[in-house]
Design a protein around this ligand. Structure first.
Ligand code: SF4
Length: 328
């Protein structure tokens, strides 16, 4: 049975791409890629089980930092380097294709569906720069694109591929129904990089931290971020989940210089200070903790620095600069 690797998010388009190739007798392996800011894992697991395909979930590597930092094809509305990101993902899928002895990679991309990465010329760029030219098939728009090698070799019947274009979903939903797909997922990019409201903290990191690594980029997922000075940033938890996430990030092996701050004897958020950790930065972090301390809002309170018995205690005070500071 011929084999294909599908870049798979569990969204409608990738489900359709898999089902179309299954209809043509292909054994499809689904690949879901986790970036620092998107995880399609649960949707992909559910959809892969329905389709009866094996799912591999892989995280992006440390080199994904460069995709965010220096995208050759620029950003979308947020700080989303979609064209470069798709090239990166297609390279990963290409490596899996070779490992498995599959003959192509398939994706659910539709010409013109997304403003950035799915313009026709970008689809061609993605195929070429990922090294998959001729081996990257988009079954939903294949009739609008040059025939791939599996089509030329008649492994894939081009007549049974499609010519969808644009943003409309009606035709895709009708196709799903005709292929027996009853559960239609709602569309979602699922990637915070694409949200304009997230862009400020990414831009801040790119500006002030030219050596930022995976840890720094992943920290952006948690809490409210405040720039204290060029070398120092403060992150205040917004929830119990953030508290746990910040503490766990601070103890990771790849963590840079970082201190955890915990309120003592009052209800308030935890925080981390990253970078150059001097007394002024700790005092400002303490004042921010008091600002977000909910109903109690003490004028002064104790905060433990270090997050454990081995740490030390500072006296935090309310402060007008912290009260009016704007999160990134
Ligand atoms: S939305 Fe995010 S995960 Fe999707 S292609 Fe763009 S940058 Fe990559």
């Amino acid at each position: 049975m011929p084999r294909a690797v599908a870049l798979f998010s569990g969204g409608l388009d990738s489900i359709l791409a898999v089902r179309i190739l299954q209809e043509q007798g292909f054994d499809v392996d689904a690949l879901c890629i986790r970036t620092f800011y998107s995880s399609c894992r649960s949707a992909a697991e559910e959809a892969a089980a329905v389709l009866g395909v094996k799912l591999t979930v892989l995280p992006v590597g440390e080199d994904y930092v460069e995709v965010i930092r220096n995208p050759l094809y620029g950003y979308g509305k947020g700080v989303n380097p979609c064209v470069d990101c798709r090239i990166y993902m297609c390279r990963m899928a290409g490596r899996l294709m070779e490992e498995l002895g599959a003959c192509m990679v398939i994706t659910g991309e539709v010409v013109g569906q997304r403003p950035m990465s799915q313009k026709r010329q970008h689809l061609e760029v993605i195929a070429r720069r990922s090294g998959l030219e001729g081996r990257l098939l988009r079954p939903l728009s294949a009739k609008l694109l040059p025939p791939t090698i599996p089509e030329q070799e008649m492994l894939v019947d081009r007549r049974r591929l499609y010519d969808f274009s644009g943003r409309g979903r009606r035709g895709l939903i009708a196709l799903a129904e005709s292929l027996g797909i009853s559960k239609i997922p709602t569309p979602s990019s699922g990637c915070t990089l694409a949200e304009p409201s997230f862009a400020g903290r990414v831009r801040d990191l790119l500006q002030f931290c030219p050596d930022a690594a995976r840890w720094d980029f992943e920290l952006l997922n948690h809490g409210r971020h405040f720039r204290f000075d060029e070398q120092t940033k403060i992150v205040i938890a917004r929830s119990a989940t953030d508290n746990d996430a910040l503490r766990s990030m601070a103890t990771r092996e790849d963590a840079p210089e970082v201190k955890v701050l915990i309120p003592l004897g009052f209800r308030g958020p935890g925080a981390v200070v990253v970078g150059h950790i001097g007394e002024p930065a700790l005092a400002f972090a303490g004042a921010l903790i008091l600002r977000y301390a909910g109903h109690s809002k003490p004028e002064e309170a104790e905060v433990r620095v270090g997050g454990s018995e081995a740490g030390w205690v500072i006296k935090a005070k309310r402060d007008t600069a912290a009260e009016s500071a704007t999160p990134l």
